[in-house]
Write a protein that binds this ligand. Structure first.
Ligand code: C2E
Ligand code: MG
Ligand code: MG
Ligand code: MG
Length: 286
């Protein structure tokens, strides 16, 4: 009897693994199809200057009709599809940067880069080539990399980042605080800014410990002469605290959600949304 039980349990697990594999396979198939049929879209989330309230950049975020980025990005990475997909994101974001520039409203676009892309020895050259093709200055582009992306193939990743930075592309370390960068690694990285992960920002308005932690991260960034972006600003209190902490740039649902290009209000500064409008309220008028 025990033996039967054991076997049915075994079959149960087997069935789970099987279902899981089938789901993954069908998702992978759908990802491939979507890449061919151009089913992907980009939405953009503004990043604001804390003091002027103006938009300094727009982060491109990938959207797929069949699942959220937290699900399909890891799968795309696992299957290698992230390489063509990531290139598509870059091309599409640069094309948008060109449209904004041509319209007289130039804006830095921020593009997320996956570790597989960064590990390709030719990555920096690919980016350079795309910029030239669009006739854009490298400084119109910011690339967001993560700490985990770096750890796997440090040498190649660093070489890519150094090359890009020398060209004038801006480099941001995304999800800062959630990875494993040691201080010495951070010091070696040619970065422009750190994006403090939203998990650290989530409770700063109610938890003194979280507030102290963010303060320490900001001081660390400043000691390294880096700019700081706080992501995940969902409440006004968080925004005001971020301001008092001297965080340079802000991003979050309270200020603006990721949205299609047509819905972006590039001239609207966040001070217009804030009751605690201070000196930065001037940003509304110019
Ligand atoms: P990320 O780069 O750290 O992007 C921030 C995520 O937080 C986005 O989720 C954004 O929609 C969300 N977010 C923004 N403001 C708030 C807020 O106030 N509160 C909360 N709770 N969330 C906020 P999204 O768009 O679902 O993307 C998730 C992750 O997927 C991204 O994290 C990034 O790692 C990855 N991703 C998205 N697009 C791309 C892409 O084109 N390429 C690569 N390699 N990864 C991408
Ligand atoms: Mg990002
Ligand atoms: Mg992030
Ligand atoms: Mg993230």
């Amino acid at each position: 009897q025990a033996k039967n039980l054991g076997r049915s349990r075994y079959l149960f697990f087997d069935q789970c693994i099987y279902d899981n594999m089938r789901l993954k396979l069908s998702m992978e198939e759908q990802l491939r199809k979507s890449l061919e049929q151009k089913d992907f879209t980009l939405v953009y989330q503004p990043i604001y200057n804390t003091h002027s309230g103006k938009i300094v950049s727009a982060e491109a975020l990938l959207r797929w009709p069949y699942g959220s980025p937290d699900v399909f990005i890891p799968l795309a990475e696992e299957t290698g599809l992230i390489l063509p997909l990531g290139l598509w994101v870059l091309e599409e974001a640069l094309a948008q940067a060109k449209r904004w520039q041509d319209a007289g409203t130039p804006l830095v676009v921020s593009v997320n880069v996956s570790h597989s892309q960064l590990h390709q020895p030719s990555f920096a050259d690919k980016v350079c080539e795309r910029l030239q093709k669009c006739g854009l200055e490298p400084s119109i582009l910011q690339l967001e990399i993560t700490e985990t992306a770096l750890m796997e193939d440090w040498q190649v990743s660093i070489a890519n980042i150094q090359k890009l930075r020398d060209m004038g592309v801006r480099i941001a370390l995304d999800d800062f605080g959630t990875g494993y960068s040691s201080l010495s690694h951070l010091q070696q990285l040619p970065l422009d800014c750190l994006k403090i992960d939203k998990s650290f920002m989530a409770r700063i308005h109610e938890s003194p410990r979280d507030m102290a932690l963010v303060q320490a991260l900001v001081e660390l960034a400043k000691a390294l002469s880096l700019k700081v972006v706080a992501e995940g600003i969902e409440y006004e209190e968080q925004m005001l605290l971020a301001r008092t902490l001297g965080i340079h740039y802000l991003q979050g649902f309270f200020l603006a959600k990721p949205q299609p290009v047509a819905q972006l209000e590039l001239n609207r500064s966040f001070a217009a949304l804030s009751h605690g409008a201070s000196a930065s309220a001037q940003g509304v008028h110019n």
